[in-house]
Design a protein around this ligand. Structure first.
Ligand code: CDT
Length: 315
């Protein structure tokens, strides 16, 4: 039985002009607090080093300034050094600029020795690629990032098969299933969810419900643990959801943040718990029916509704 203490390091607002070094100092304090509670792995939010810049219209150097080259650079180095000194691994969300100048919304998995184990690049980019007139805050992820090109990798780490998702990915069952089909036991996830994210009050008022609904379903239907960390509170006038959570393969929330500021939540997780689900109700090899799923044509965009199958037409 593999047991592991994990932590979600929720972060309150990061101001537009807050230097990376200040955000990193907060993250080091959160990591130390998690370590004091026995955690071996700490999950930080999406785009943790800066304010959530896709809310603003930015061009050229003013946009480039929000991205990181190879990590650790000088400002993020204390986080990597603290991890190595404490023997704590972490997952860090950040804006990645590749050597050839491409931009991704990425997460880095770092081992307890401070060395990079692997990387994930966000696949499901929300928002728009053109500024929307009349909005108090833009959501320009489709303008500023490319869709992730690494698939949904699963890494052997911390005694588990570990995958990562980033924010909007959590709303897409395909993302969870890609990890579940690879036997992921633990998914680490960071998010920035503005409370006005759809612009429709009847949907936005359910933001907290939909956050947990998506993650609890992903956990249960794929028999895995979820460690999810929010960046939250009122950031530059934009209110963002908190409720960072640790969720069991049963779909039950076992720890949840209480406030809207920097806060560590921890849980001791039993990776064997997922195995019980994978060997019974969610034995994917035994119970899935890929032949039936192939009847659905894979395509992007809504398009015309799919034609009814012969059986549905009564043929
Ligand atoms: N950061 C991110 O992915 N946020 C989305 C909401 C934005 S939709 C315009 C989310 O799924 O929480």
């Amino acid at each position: 039985m593999t047991r592991l203490i994990v932590a979600a390091a929720q972060m309150g607002p990061v101001a537009r002009h807050e230097p990376r070094s200040a955000a990193v100092a907060r993250m080091v304090a959160l990591m130390r607090a998690a370590h004091a509670r026995g955690a071996r792995l700490v999950v930080f939010p999406e785009l943790a080093l800066t304010s959530f810049f896709p809310r603003w219209i930015l061009e050229g150097d003013a946009l480039e300034a929000w991205f990181e080259g190879p990590l650790p650079g000088p400002e993020a180095r204390p986080l990597f050094e603290t991890a190595a000194a404490l023997g704590v691994g972490f997952v860090l969300g950040y804006a990645e600029r590749t050597a050839d100048g491409r931009h991704f919304n990425s997460a880095l998995l770092v081992g307890a020795d401070g060395q990079v184990i692997g990387r994930y690049r966000k696949v499901h980019l929300p928002g728009h690629d053109a500024p929307q007139p009349g909005r108090a805050f833009q959501h320009l992820e489709k303008r500023y990032f490319l869709p992730g090109d690494l698939g949904f990798p699963v890494f052997p780490a911390f005694g588990a098969r570990l995958g990562m998702l980033i924010c909007n990915d959590r709303r897409w069952p395909e993302a969870w299933r890609c990890l579940g089909l690879q036997g992921a036991e633990l998914v680490c996830l960071g998010y920035n969810t503005p409370l006005d994210h759809t612009g429709h009050a009847e949907i936005d008022s359910l933001s907290a419900f939909h956050n947990h609904l998506s993650m609890q379903a992903g956990a249960y239907q794929n028999a895995l643990w979820v460690v999810a960390a929010a960046k939250c509170g009122r950031e530059e006038g934009s209110d963002m959801l908190g409720q960072s959570a640790i969720i069991a393969p049963s779909g039950q929330i076992v720890a949840m943040a209480a406030g809207l500021d920097d806060e560590v939540i921890c849980a001791e997780i039993d990776l064997g718990m997922g195995r019980r689900y994978r060997e019974t109700i969610f034995d994917l090899a035994r119970h899935r029916e890929p032949g039936a799923y192939r009847l659905i044509v894979e395509r992007k965009g809504a398009g015309d509704p799919l034609p009814l199958s012969p059986a549905a037409r009564g043929a």
